[in-house]
Ligand binder design. Sequence first.
Ligand SMILES: Nc1ncnc2c1ncn2[C@@H]1O[C@H](COP(=O)(O)OP(=O)(O)OP(=O)(O)O)[C@@H](O)[C@H]1O
Ligand SMILES: [Mg+2]
Length: 282
Amino acid sequence: MFDKGDCLIEVLPYIKKFFKKTMVIKYGGAAMIDENLKNSFSKDVSLLKYIGINPIIVHGGGPAIGKTLQQLNMESKFHGGLRITDEATMEVVVMVLAGKVNKEIVLKINQNGGKAVGVSGVDASIIQAKKKLVEDVDLGLVGDVELVNPMILNHLSEDGYIPVVAPIGVDENGKRYNINADSVASAIAISLKAEKLIFLTDSDGVLDKNGELVSSVNIKNIDNMINDSVIYGGMIPKILSSKEAIENGVKKVHIINGTKVHSLLEEIFTLTGIGTEIHEDE
Ligand SMILES: Nc1ncnc2c1ncn2[C@@H]1O[C@H](COP(=O)(O)OP(=O)(O)OP(=O)(O)O)[C@@H](O)[C@H]1O
Ligand SMILES: [Mg+2]
């Protein structure tokens, strides 16, 4: 029979291992599907906080931005998984990410027992950005992270709060940029020397050509997987950000299915974890 006591005691080694450690959790817009899932995500991160882990949430909001643009009869255009962002689109991006999505997540966490504080990368200049330059296409106000100023995130964490970060950056002239949330999560994880970086998305992890889960990806195979179109669209920034994190000292990086209830807890508190782990040669 299922024994609650056994089940609870099984997590003791993990609680011990991760006590006071930072975990950056990228909460993908694709995983914010219904109230039930949003509540269970909020409970999971509140639980992590109360057992002594420091979760830092970085959220996306692709679907919410797309929906609002559609309501305003504005076009959504993508290049390599990134949204081409002109001035008018940027206004919508800021409103939706920093105004709507960020505050909804904060509210949900607070309603589910945690204490969350929402910021964007503009607050305390957390995310210093520069224009992202790619060959052939002008992406407009799409930025790359230049520097992370993590001080305020540390202060919030140490004071018992769960920081929730909207992926908007600012340059030295005060110009704001739309930055893919995967790369913001990775940059924050690197700057905080995070124990784990976990991406919650809408697939079980990285899938192969047959749609089967790939449980671990060696970073040296990533370029081939992109060239072979096994990895495309929104998975491209995610896998490249994972690689960046692993190469810069983040201990573990996982891509998991945020549309499954409590997947976050299953990843953290089981030996094998779930989803796809990204690693380099031992
Ligand atoms: N090999 C792959 N395995 C799994 N998903 C893949 C793969 N290649 C591309 N994808 C796509 O990547 C998508 C996930 O990225 P997407 O940007 O849409 O979501 P997200 O990053 O979780 O949300 P947001 O962008 O709002 O933060 C999947 O829904 C799938 O369509
Ligand atoms: Mg995405």
